[in-house]
Design a protein around this ligand. Structure first.
Ligand SMILES: Cc1ncc(COP(=O)(O)O)c(C=O)c1O
Length: 368
């Protein structure tokens, strides 16, 4: 048992138990299991929250990305630019659609380097997928400008950034679609898997709605193409809809905790903290709190011994996994980051005292 676990799902549930139990049993006892009112309600609430016209609930963030690419007509012969410093799903869907992934390096804030994006564009480039890693958007002003200049479609991988903003505009509302994950550790997490695609484009919304449901149009019974079974379960939608009300408060708490970490670690020269919360261009939601640390592996071992559970995402850069056949990319910053990053516990249920304990443990390690 860790003194400071990396996540605390039991406590998360306990705090909302009454309300969640009501939503779950209410939904189940009425037999509302697949594509019922709770899903429509949740989709409508997410669309409002992000500021888009449509939202299509699917079984994962991965399929939100997949259906975005398919709905945009991406396939063999097309190049899609994204980063290697992301969860493998971002790249997997590109390959699975038959397109070619073109991976570019990231900058100091772990997000796509816009110079590198521009350099990677070829006549075959159709799409750019910016990844809002750790709950911080990319420089979307630059990115939208570059995409506009070169006629590229933007699909946002905002799996880690529901609630984050750039220049006051929410993650997921810039591109042709925005893709979110409800994996339990995200800012809004289900009790299982889930995801959603948001868009202002009616055709894309309709195509994604059919893609998630075997290519069917339920109203007419028409089957438009061979689709997938990738619906967001109605019970998960009911759960997520309850939780959505709490999201703004949870984000405030995440930002508060990030400020505590910054206060405690910002001056430590062996550690580089992420940009602190501010009200300027970037409104970050700290889905993960990731520092770069000297002697990273020894620090991780020390924290574990001290009862602090940490995560390393990712110890090996994606393009170094031979099975993925991405070894032709050279991404110096991505490679450097892999040896230095360490994610510290950060979630709304974490106490100030627990953060103080993590900070003390890190100081203790560097004092030797
Ligand atoms: C950046 C990023 N992209 C895509 C995904 C995929 O989402 P999911 O796990 O819901 O399929 C994740 C989530 O883990 C993610 O962090």
């Amino acid at each position: 048992m860790y003194k400071v676990p990396f996540v605390n799902y039991p406590e998360h549930y306990r705090r909302l138990e009454g309300e969640l139990a009501e939503a779950i049993t209410g939904t189940i006892s009425r037999g509302d299991l697949i594509m019922r009112e709770q899903l429509r309600q949740f989709e409508s609430n997410i669309a409002t929250y992000v500021g888009t016209k449509y939202a299509v609930g699917v079984n994962s963030g991965t399929d939100a990305l997949r259906f975005s690419l398919l709905a945009a007509g991406i396939g063999p012969g097309d190049e899609v630019i994204t980063v290697a410093h992301t969860f493998v799903a971002t790249v997997a869907v590109i390959v699975q659609c038959g397109a070619t992934p073109v991976l570019v390096d990231v900058g100091e804030d772990f997000n796509m380097d816009m110079e590198k994006l521009e350099q990677a564009i070829t006549p075959k480039t159709r799409v750019v997928i910016p990844v809002d890693l750790n709950g911080r958007l990319c420089d979307m002003a630059r990115l939208m400008d570059i995409a506009g200049k070169h006629g590229l479609t933007v699909i946002e991988d905002s799996a880690q950034a529901l609630g984050a903003k750039f220049d006051g505009k929410p993650a997921g509302s810039f591109g042709i679609t925005g893709c979110f994950s409800f994996y339990p550790a995200k800012t809004l997490g289900s009790f299982g898997d889930g995801g959603i695609l948001v868009t202002n484009n009616r055709e894309i919304a309709e195509k994604a709605t059919a893609l998630r449901d075997h290519g069917q149009v339920r109203a007419t019974g028409d089957i438009l193409f061979y689709g997938y079974n990738s619906r967001l379960d109605n019970v998960q939608a009911a759960i997520l809809d309850v939780k959505l009300k709490y999201l703004p408060g949870w984000i405030d708490r995440r930002r508060e905790l990030a400020a505590l970490y910054e206060e405690g670690l910002g001056s430590l020269h062996q550690v580089k903290t992420p940009p602190p919360p501010d009200e300027g261009r970037y409104f970050d939601v700290f889905t993960n709190y990731v520092i770069r640390a000297e002697k990273r592996d020894a620090l991780a071992a020390h924290l574990k011994e001290s009862g602090v559970e940490v995560l390393i995402s990712w110890p090996k850069p994606m393009h170094h996994h031979r099975a993925l056949a991405l070894g032709h990319f050279h991404l110096p910053e991505t490679e450097k980051i892999s040896n230095e990053v360490i994610s510290l516990p950060l979630y709304p249920e974490l106490s100030d005292e627990q953060v103080a304990y993590v900070i003390d443990s890190i100081h203790e390690f560097y004092r030797g």
